[in-house]
Ligand binder design. Structure first.
Ligand code: GLU
Length: 381
């Protein structure tokens, strides 16, 4: 019964392990869930109140397929104010989370056999989404800073290369591309007429004065060749509300809106109102959460046993950790079964000697994590 392409599709590792951890917890096992990447904070109250008012006002019907105008306007203002990027509302499409935005986009631009370059380590869903859209994922190696190996990138480009997916700050490594690195990528893409899908969902979760740079701000030419992807989920702790968006050239936005109109009609009306409020209010709603992520990151860096090595994250809320070059699936399984620590094996991120630890969890949980990892190291001396 099941279509071959779905049979071949891997389930989402992040969501699978999250489910398994929750099941173990429900059985009374003291699992520390370091798997799924979602802020543990509640959505800020003013956002919730705005959404409740929308319900009472009867804002409960279908909206425009690409999202309500006031939200698309607020997104344009945000992009102008915070990223120096000027877009019109018809260049914005709001979807059910950034994942959905990327999927819609791939459906809109990928012809069968088109190649999409995905720099490793990459977020688990990129390759599967490319495949289901009929494209071919092509993986680019990382350099000593866990960023795109530019030589390798150049060598991967063929006549079929359609797009590259850039993700800075990165899930799963937390590395952040600086201006020179962004420029280098932009120049390669422009020279070869390759579209950049720029996943910027962690843009606000960034540390030590680093600045997020959108590749679209490189030049007017690069802006035309970029689709900026962002979301309310991570910045405002709104994962369950499912609001993501793209900003792109009109032709692309129109095509993405058409895909959405024929498949999901529109994102949830109430969530759109909530995201409108969140994006309009901005920093005061999330600055406290970013400080807390930074404290947690520093706690882990300071206290993890030295056998665990990782690129020091400058953004996002993950540590991507190597332990004695152990295979990631074996290590992940052992940590879960022996220490009740749920992590995600790096194999699903294209790096099979690493595991991903999400520190979007309480300090109590991180203290337990450190204690259990210390025991694990001692037991394996
Ligand atoms: N992006 C998050 C993660 O990597 C959310 C879960 C997902 O959709 O994969 O854990």
């Amino acid at each position: 019964m099941i279509a071959e392409k779905i049979r071949q599709m891997k389930p989402s590792a992040t969501l699978e392990i999250n489910k398994k951890a929750k099941e173990m917890k429900a059985k009374g096992i003291d699992v520390v869930n370091l798997s799924v990447g979602e802020p543990d904070f509640d959505t800020p109250d003013p956002i919730k109140e705005f959404a409740i008012k929308a319900i009472h006002d009867g804002f409960t019907k279908y909206t425009e397929a690409s999202g309500i105008l006031e939200l698309r306007r607020a997104i344009c203002e945000k992009l102008e104010r915070e990223n120096g990027l000027s877009y019109a509302p018809e260049q914005i499409v709001v979807s059910n989370g950034a994942k959905h935005s990327i999927y819609n986009l791939l459906l809109a631009v990928i012809e069968p056999g088109d190649e999409v370059i995905i720099p490793a380590p990459y977020w688990v869903s990129f390759p599967e989404m490319v495949r289901i859209a009929g494209g071919v994922p092509v993986f680019c190696r990382w350099n000593e800073r866990f960023k795109i190996d530019m030589e390798h990138l150049r060598s991967l480009i063929t006549r079929r290369t359609k797009a590259l997916i850039l993700n800075s700050p990165s899930n799963p490594t937390g590395v952040v591309y600086d201006k020179e690195e962004i420029d280098a990528v932009a120049e390669i893409l422009l020279k070869n007429n390759i579209l950049c899908i720029s996943d910027e969902v962690y843009e606000k979760i960034i540390y030590e004065g680093r600045q997020h740079i959108s590749i679209a701000s490189h030049s007017p030419e690069m802006k035309k060749m970029t689709v900026v992807v962002n979301a309310a989920s991570k910045t405002f702790s709104m994962t369950g509300w499912r609001i993501g968006y793209i900003a792109a050239e009109k032709e692309i936005a129109k095509a993405v809106g058409k895909v959405q109109g024929q498949t999901t009609s529109a994102p949830c009306s109430i969530s759109q109102k909530a995201a409108y409020f969140a994006i309009k209010e901005g920093e005061k709603l999330y600055s406290g959460m970013i400080k807390e992520f930074y404290n947690r990151r520093n706690f882990l860096i300071k206290n993890l046993p030295s056998d665990f090595v990782y690129p020091v994250p400058m953004g996002a809320f993950y540590l991507f950790v190597n332990y004695k070059d152990m295979d990631s699936v074996v290590l992940g399984k052992r940590l879960l079964e022996e220490k009740f620590l749920a992590t995600v094996p790096g194999a699903d991120f294209g790096a099979d000697r690493f595991i991903r630890i999400s520190y979007a969890t309480s300090m109590d949980n991180l203290e337990k994590t450190v204690a259990r990892l210390k025991e694990f190291v001692e037991e394996n001396r």
